[in-house]
Design a protein around this ligand. Structure first.
Ligand code: SF4
Length: 93
């Protein structure tokens, strides 16, 4: 169960006053247009003090769309694979 305390990090998010649409580029993922549209939200994320929390939240809730913690869909997918590989390596060690 998600509680208000667990989501308290959002109060310190750099994007808390930004338009949510900024973080959901309209262009097709993987295209140059998408890459260009993703630059602005990624710049906001770069200076965000709760980026780690945001990334954990996005991974834990399987966010499929948009920019979270400075990562787009493909980058989150790659990060998820890295996390899974690290878990397997720790389990095997
Ligand atoms: S990392 Fe980016 S999307 Fe996540 S809370 Fe911060 S500004 Fe918002």
């Amino acid at each position: 169960m998600t509680t208000v305390t667990m989501l308290g990090w959002r109060d310190r998010a750099a994007c808390r006053t930004a338009e949510a649409d900024l973080f959901f580029p309209e262009a097709e993922p993987g295209t140059e247009a998408y890459r260009q549209q993703a630059q602005a939200p990624k710049a906001v994320c770069a200076g965000c003090p709760v980026r780690w929390h945001c990334g954990e939240y996005a991974a834990g809730t399987y966010q499929k769309h948009g920019i979270w913690a400075g990562l787009d869909e493909a980058e989150r997918h790659q990060e998820g694979r890295r996390r899974a590989r690290r878990r397997r390596e720790r389990t095997a060690a």
